[in-house]
Design a protein around this ligand. Structure first.
Ligand code: PPS
Ligand code: ADP
Length: 197
């Protein structure tokens, strides 16, 4: 733990940066099982926001685990540390004025709340991509459920590692059999109706 450190207050801050970008910075935090559609939907949503002239950044589970969190595995302890680091990065990006999208399983409510509590009240938008395990397992885009069922992968979310569904997300996206583009449109409309974009 570092001691004797003092916070510097800079004249160019979140407010001035957000004003010059002409947008309200925030985090759209997608949570759900592996294969629920987080990455696909976050990517499509970011494209829509980009087309609207929004300045965005997408933090994605697999990508972040190649670098910033490359030293972490999938024990509960490592998942907590994974989400802690990502939350701090998301906070910095919000401070820089961006609309941040995140696509992490983020299985624990306390960790999602950790990020919520780092930010101002209306800056954290929890989106529950509520795709049932059976559908995720059927999709199995990376073949990981098959490996988890055969015991090749241990501590796999939904199989032998817990997933705590959000208790009161800002947006609940229930599963419907439709294309990813249609689901992204549904998500975009829900966020718009609720005045969250
Ligand atoms: N044991 C285990 N459990 C869950 N997921 C696993 C595991 N091993 C590897 N993977 C792959 O890692 C991706 C999840 O990383 P996350 O950083 O989102 O996980 S977490 O939020 O820390 O729980 C996850 O990506 P998504 O499928 O995009 O969710 C998997 O591809
Ligand atoms: N309606 C839908 N919404 C999102 N993904 C869908 C949908 N229908 C099929 N898929 C497919 O399901 C898979 C979801 O994988 P992915 O986006 O990587 O999920 P996650 O990031 O949650 O693990 C992709 O292969 C995607 O094409």
């Amino acid at each position: 733990m570092a001691t004797n450190i003092v916070w510097h207050k800079h004249e160019i801050n979140k407010t001035t940066r957000a004003e010059s970008l002409g947008q309200k910075p925030r985090v759209l935090w997608l949570t759900g099982l592996s294969g629920s559609g987080k990455s696909t939907l976050a990517n499509l949503l970011e494209k829509k926001l980009h087309e609207q002239g929004k300045h965005t950044y997408l933090l994605d589970g697999d990508n972040v685990r190649h670098g910033l969190c490359g030293d972490l595995g999938f024990s509960d302890k490592d998942r907590v540390e994974n989400i802690r680091r990502i939350s701090e990065v998301a906070k910095l990006f919000v401070d820089s004025g961006l609309v941040v999208l995140t696509a992490f399983i983020s299985p624990f409510q306390t960790d999602r709340d950790f990020c919520r509590n780092l930010l101002a009240e209306d800056e954290f938008i929890e989106v529950f991509v509520d795709t049932p395990l059976e559908v995720c397992e059927q999709r199995d885009p990376k073949g990981l459920y098959k490996k988890a069922r055969s015991g090749e992968i241990k501590h796999f979310t939904g199989i032998d590692s817990a997933y705590e569904a959000p208790s009161s997300p800002e947006v609940h996206l229930p599963y419907q059999e439709e294309s990813a583009e249609d689901t992204a449109e549904r998500l975009f409309n829900l966020l718009t109706e609720k005045g969250l974009l």
